[in-house]
Unconditional design. Structure first.
Length: 94
């Protein structure tokens, strides 16, 4: 299954899209915070990261300087990224 080019393309496109969405969500939440508007729940931001958008979340977090002081983001996103990387290595070595 992993040798199938379609699977790899779908996975690549999925990861690109979820990372763009996650990074944009961090930027949008920062904008909402500045306006004093209703925010994106932290749970949702972490779920986007856990769904494959951890790299986009990390980039968004530092580009927009948003959630950088929150330990669950400062440490959680890198931990999620390492776990996702380990999962990808495991999948591709099968």
């Amino acid at each position: 299954m992993l040798q199938d080019g379609i699977f790899l393309k779908v996975l690549l496109y999925y990861l690109i899209i979820i990372n763009l969405i996650t990074g944009a969500a961090f930027g949008w939440d920062k904008r909402l915070a500045r306006r004093g508007a209703r925010r994106i729940p932290e749970r949702d931001l972490l779920l986007y990261a856990a769904a494959g958008g951890s790299m986009g979340g990390l980039i968004g977090m530092y580009v927009f300087r948003h959630k950088t002081r929150h330990m669950k983001f400062k440490w959680g996103l890198p931990i999620i990224l390492v776990l996702q990387g380990a999962l990808l290595v495991y999948i591709f070595l099968l």
